[in-house]
Design a protein around this ligand. Structure first.
Ligand code: DP6
Length: 381
């Protein structure tokens, strides 16, 4: 029996201008455009192998070694779109094997803990779509494929590109213009670094899908955010990237994180993603920028308490040195990081709220790989 297979890796992205709110739930069409930075796959990535064969009777998906149900409407929507595009190819060229009629075996693994709340669904859906597109030899470009990944998880569409990425909200009801585009490639502003502080949290917060539905339905502040704040910020942030203006990029990033968490608080009943540790980290970053007399670091928080702190490489010793002063007892530091001798007051127990430091940087989009997760029988290795 012949098994066709293809593998890819895909990155995590962390938004600097947040997607929060859907105008269409089943197509994952957003109420605003968003911007993100793609992170390096050395530290955070999903590896996915997709295989197909005449002998595979059904579609199957294994995530981190576990067979998952394929009942989710989102995964089904992605597979249906990809099979439809493959069918179009087969209809136009009768010599092609009829892969669109075979079952798919998909095996996917993250190189980081899925539960840590680190945008694993974005990397996961991006890898799934790109691996199958490669298996099917689809001619569609990354922006076209991003529309399929978007149906899996909104933020996943931005993981189809490296560097600085925008998700243009579009205005068509069928979503055909709601896609990811490159704002600037990695090489345009390569010195962007990210320190992730994984904040310990015992309780599970509201999943982003239901959280944003509640915000759209109940928050008045949200209307101001999507009508006035985000459209202007989208233009300004793209400009700050084009001009590599870190202080402006950083200020917009921090304000947008705060605006997103403000509309969460304005939802009814309110949604709280930041905990006390997160809030103290926000204060610390402002303290660092104040001590420096200019903005050299920017925090941003998604639908959970973890902090992502962006900074430029040439300020690394200052930013990491400052964070090291507070969090030196936490695991994850690499290389030589020396605490700085800034004088500032901080809660000397704060480090206990952080379980891990992940030091990473901006990175490229999905990458081809020879590595495969599927054996000759078409099952996970
Ligand atoms: C706060 O993409 O996870 O991280 O489309 O419902 O799957 P669904 O939501 P998801 O939401 C991400 C929200 C965010 C902001 C962002 O990544 O832009």
């Amino acid at each position: 029996m012949s098994i066709y297979s293809a593998s890819t890796t895909a990155p995590v992205n962390i938004a600097t201008l947040k997607y929060w709110g859907k105008r269409d739930k089943s197509l994952n069409l957003p109420t605003n455009s968003s911007i993100s930075v793609t992170l390096s796959q050395k530290d955070l990535r999903t590896l996915t192998t997709a295989a197909t064969s005449e002998t595979f009777t059904e579609d199957k998906l294994w995530l981190n070694g576990k067979l998952e149900s394929l009942e989710s409407e989102r995964t089904k929507a992605c597979l249906a779109d990809l099979k439809k595009l493959r069918k179009e190819l087969e209809d136009s060229d009768a010599s092609l094997p009829k892969l669109s009629t075979f079952g798919l075996h998909i095996v996917s693994e993250n190189n980081f803990p899925t539960a840590a709340g680190l945008a694993s669904s974005a990397a996961g859906f991006a890898a799934l779509v790109v691996a199958i597109a490669k298996l099917y030899k689809l001619p569609q470009d990354m922006s076209e494929l991003s529309k399929i990944a978007r149906k899996g998880s909104g933020s996943a569409c931005r993981s189809l590109f490296g560097g600085y990425v925008a998700w243009e909200m579009g205005d068509l009801t069928d979503g055909e213009d709601s896609k990811a585009v490159e704002v600037a490639p990695l090489g345009h502003w390569p010195g962007m670094k990210a320190a992730i502080l994984v904040v310990s949290d015992d309780k599970k917060d509201t999943p982003s899908t239901s959280g944003m539905q509640l915000t759209v339905a109940t928050s008045d502040l949200f209307q101001h955010r999507i009508k006035e704040v985000v459209p202007a910020r989208f233009i300004e942030m793209k400009k700050s990237i084009a001009e590599k203006d870190f202080p402006l990029f950083a200020e917009l990033t921090m304000k947008d994180s705060n605006s997103f968490h403000a509309v969460c608080l304005d939802s009814y009943p309110p949604i709280f993603y930041l905990n006390d540790t997160s809030k103290k980290i926000i204060k610390l970053v402002h303290k660092l920028n104040e001590l420096e007399g200019k903005i050299i670091a920017a925090y941003t928080f998604d639908a959970g308490p973890n902090a992502v702190i962006y900074y430029e490489e040439h300020n690394e010793s200052k930013v990491l040195g400052f964070l090291h002063t507070v969090f030196n007892k936490v695991e994850g530091w690499k290389g030589e990081v020396k605490s700085t001798d800034y004088k500032f007051d901080f809660d000397d127990q704060l480090y206990k709220g952080v379980s891990k430091v992940i030091l990473t940087e901006i990175g490229p989009g999905p990458q081809d790989t020879e590595e495969t997760l599927i054996n000759e029988q078409g099952l996970p290795k």
